[in-house]
Design a protein around this ligand. Structure first.
Ligand code: ADP
Ligand code: NI
Length: 201
């Protein structure tokens, strides 16, 4: 994983994987989920991402081949592949995870998009996509008509409304929800202060 993702600057670097994996293990223990499945799925959760592969299928093949090479037990490999395949967010309508382990890993990935780390990742990602950090003239996507949207650029600050502030209500497990609430509150404080400073206060 480290070799595969080392230099990525779109928020999928090795340290994201590291953080998600340790969060997944922590949540798994609290929720009595299978720690091995959660850990392995968290480690592999971004390898098949469409952003890093010619297609999602190509990415999934890569993971399946690797699991076979490592002689991971057939049922476990199938479970891990099922989780990775369902991981992506896709605008909030992502299918409900079928297993507890899937719900744990999804929570861990979403938690890493929140709080101080989440804020930092959002600005880093925005920069890598050429988006500005904020522009009061660019409306939040949810409030745009399709004509206004035109597939156009968003901003780092808009991303809080388009995704980040919605994540706490999407948490699957009680333990992750508790962590998400704290991180959510910190982001609200950050945004409030951002506007104050923007306005010269
Ligand atoms: P993951 O695959 O780990 O769930 P994503 O690929 O959705 O993460 O996003 C990687 C990081 O970049 C996240 O922290 C996310 O909030 C941020 N990000 C994703 N899309 C945008 C965007 N349009 N504007 C700003 N930040 C974004
Ligand atoms: Ni991720």
């Amino acid at each position: 994983m480290k070799k595969e993702l080392g230099g990525d600057s779109s928020g999928h670097d090795w340290w994201h994987i590291e953080r998600v994996t340790s969060l997944a293990k922590r949540i798994a223990k609290q929720e009595n989920a299978d720690v091995f499945i959660c850990e392995l799925s968290a480690l592999l959760h971004d390898v098949a991402d469409e952003k890093l592969n010619p297609s999602k299928e190509a990415g999934m093949h890569k993971v399946a081949d690797w699991l076979e090479q490592q002689k991971v037990d057939g049922d476990a490999a199938e479970h891990v592949l099922d989780i990775i395949g369902a991981m992506s967010y896709r605008g909030g309508n992502s299918e409900r995870m079928r297993t507890l382990e899937g719900r744990v890993v999804q929570d861990a990935d979403r938690l890493d998009a929140l709080g101080a780390i989440g804020i930092a990742r959002t600005f880093a990602y925005s920069g890598s996509k050429g988006q500005v950090m904020y522009d009061p003239d660019i409306p939040v996507r949810d409030q745009m008509t399709p004509e206004e949207y035109r597939g156009g650029k968003s901003t780092a600050v808009n991303h809080f409304y388009e995704k980040l502030f919605k994540l706490k209500d999407l948490m699957n497990t009680d333990y992750a929800r508790k962590l998400a609430d704290e991180r959510h509150e910190f982001m609200e404080q950050f945004i409030a202060r951002f506007y104050k400073e923007w306005n010269g206060e």
